[in-house]
Design a protein around this ligand. Structure first.
Ligand code: DX5
Ligand code: ZN
Length: 219
């Protein structure tokens, strides 16, 4: 079944502990944590102290999405905090393989992300080296934008490519614009996991919204 990861940047930070406990109870598969540097993307968001605190307050896996230039330097802040996956952008570094090796050396799962305009061919040389590929279905930098449908098709093509190459352990995730109303379309693409920010946190009861979305995916 499609895994669902609430995106923490959309949480109500004054009620964060309560919201995390609720989402843990209703079956969040992981938490997606967006780190923005104000340069690779225009916005600024969370930092290492926040991730450290979050890791101490939930047993649910943490999936850190580093939207930052120079990820090779900046990833050091996050690799020892008890996170499960670190995702970096292929557009952000001239040496993606060096970054992948550094993440692996710390025993953290490796994710690579592609912006909407970045072709899948940029992954050709590294498909064997990653655990997860994040296809952005919005322009990175802010939440609550409508999904770019052609990116969903790109994710579906990637799933197909991976099958053809017998790479069954590489997970495909999408990030951006996923909501209760399009979750079936998302699930039908054959991807493994979807991030949901505003689609969960901007509802009156995030836990109940997560439960509703997960129930609608049951066979
Ligand atoms: C945006 C972030 C997303 C964001 C998604 O750059 O990468 O993770 O939180 O939010 P929604 O689900 O509202 O598009
Ligand atoms: Zn994200």
């Amino acid at each position: 079944m499609l895994k669902i990861g609430p995106s923490i940047m959309c949480a109500d930070f004054f009620r964060l502990k309560e919201q995390i406990q609720e989402l843990d109870k209703y079956g969040a598969d992981y938490y997606h944590v967006d780190i923005m540097d104000g340069h690779f993307v225009p916005g600024f968001t969370l930092g290492k102290e926040f991730v450290e605190q979050l890791a101490k307050n939930t047993k649910t896996p943490l999936d850190v999405h580093l939207m930052s230039d120079n990820p090779f330097e900046h990833m050091d802040h996050f690799l020892d905090l008890g996170i499960t996956t670190l995702t970096i952008h292929v557009e952000a570094t001239p040496d993606i393989l060096k970054c992948i090796q550094k993440i692996k050396s710390k025993g953290v799962r490796v994710g690579v992300a592609l912006n909407p305009g970045t072709p899948l061919s940029l992954l050709d040389e590294i498909l064997d080296d990653v655990d997860q590929i994040l296809i952005m279905t919005i322009s990175p930098g802010s939440a609550a934008q409508p999904m770019i449908k052609s990116c969903l098709q790109k994710a579906a093509r990637l799933v197909q490519n991976l099958r053809e190459h017998q790479l069954h352990n590489v997970e495909v995730m999408i990030d951006g614009g996923v909501k209760a109303h399009n979750i079936h379309e998302v699930s039908e693409c054959g991807i493994h996991s979807a991030v949901i920010g505003s689609g969960v946190f901007h509802s009156e009861h995030p836990g109940l919204m997560l439960e509703k979305i997960k129930n609608s995916l049951l066979p």
